[in-house]
Design a protein around this ligand. Structure first.
Ligand code: PLP
Length: 371
């Protein structure tokens, strides 16, 4: 019998695929229950902007045509909004695509990729797939230890991933600290600041003083790539649109490894329209800040500690192995995210939902904990 394993690229042989949050339909099939809530993938509980939906519906008429492979309209809108040149933008099929381009364009099997313990699971997967060496720096208070990360930089370090805020911990780095770190890197090191939760994190109601806008630094640091997405705050996770902002020459290199037509026409249209929907964004932020307060109060009522988060999710310490609690919550029709694979076996990550969903999660959590 043919064994394809030995034919696979070395990095791919040991690779474990990314584990997404459990889809509602899957749990329906498995348990035969309905009325399920999913607070597992940091999706926007309000759904997409109505403006984005209208634009996507209109774009549906033209799906027999290839999309604009350069994404002119969306890039034009983003450039104006962010105050950068269109040549500084790269579009991705989700921002995960942009993270992958950074690895493909800059990292060889001889190189090291640096990131923190408890960092977003896509970083180790991309690193291993490239056959490169992952250097994982122990976290400090669940967040990035920048001094330790700086000390871990070697001749071989080619790329550093920093999620700000980080998923699943929700921890974040203030402007002065993060900028000093970037400024102090040697020239051969690229740094990707992953701002998937930028809109949530920069909401004053989330209380993060000095939360940085790394896009403002791109002109100063040519080795900096900032990644953002329409999947989270903009509620377009299913359409897969993200982008990177960087030096024009870096954008050109990322563009060389980008598959043609990687962003589909519905996504391009919806994302451009979503940028106009100030009202949807405002409602999303208000709902999130109130929901975070609700969850935090719920944890306190159950005598549970949590990691303070400025995203639309929070990780709670259940005080015991969380896997059985995750399973018991599924039976209650509540899908959250176990994070043992992030080195956090006692935590569960929950996405901020609608007020009634947050209540239902807290009640179910109390029940499965026997409180
Ligand atoms: C969700 C997320 C992303 C990107 O998701 P896409 O849907 O691919 O845009 C990137 N980084 C972090 C930390 C995330 O949580």
């Amino acid at each position: 019998m043919t064994d394809f394993l030995h034919l696979a690229a070395p990095g791919v042989r040991q690779l474990k695929p990314y584990q997404p949050g459990k889809p509602i339909e899957e749990l329906e099939r498995e348990l035969g229950i309905s009325n399920i809530i999913k607070l597992a993938s940091n999706e926007n509980p309000l759904g997409p902007s109505p403006l984005a939906l209208t634009a996507a519906r209109a774009a549906l008429e033209d799906v027999w045509l290839y999309p604009d492979g350069n994404g002119f309209v969306l890039k034009d809108r983003l450039a104006a909004k962010l105050g950068v040149a269109m040549e500084q933008l790269i579009l991705g099929n989700g921002s995960s695509d942009v993270l992958e381009f950074a690895v493909r364009a800059f990292v060889t099997p001889q190189d090291e990729v640096l990131f923190s313990e408890h960092a977003f699971a896509v970083y180790p997967i991309l690193t291993q797939a490239a056959g490169a060496k992952a250097v994982v720096v122990p976290a400090k208070d669940w967040g990035h230890d920048l001094a330790a990360m700086r000390a871990a930089v070697t001749e071989r370090t080619r790329l550093i991933f920093i999620a700000n805020p980080n998923n699943p911990t929700g921890t974040w780095l203030p402007a002065a600290e993060l900028e000093a770190f970037i400024a102090g890197l040697p020239e051969h090191v690229m740094v990707l600041v992953d701002e998937a939760y930028f809109e949530y994190a920069s909401d004053p109601a989330m209380g993060a003083r000095d939360y940085p806008d790394a896009v403002a630094w791109v002109g100063r640091y040519p080795n900096l790539v900032v990644a953002r997405t329409f999947s989270k705050c903009y509620g377009l996770a299913g359409l897969r649109v993200g982008y990177g902002v960087c030096h024009p020459q870096v954008a050109d290199l990322l563009n060389r490894v980008r598959p043609p037509f990687n962003v589909n026409s519905l996504g391009l249209a919806a994302a451009a329209a979503a940028l106009d929907d100030v009202e949807h964004l405002q409602q999303t932020l208000e709902l999130n800040a109130a929901g975070m307060r609700q969850l935090v109060a719920g944890f306190a009522s159950l005598d549970l500690r949590h990691i303070s988060s400025i995203g639309n999710f929070v990780s709670v310490d259940t005080g015991r192995p969380a896997a059985p609690l995750y399973d018991a919550l599924l039976k209650e029709g509540v899908i959250v995210r176990p994070v043992a694979n992030y080195g956090m076996p006692n935590h569960l990550r929950v996405t901020v939902g609608l007020p009634e969903e947050n209540d239902r999660f807290i009640a179910a959590l109390g029940k499965v904990l026997g409180r």
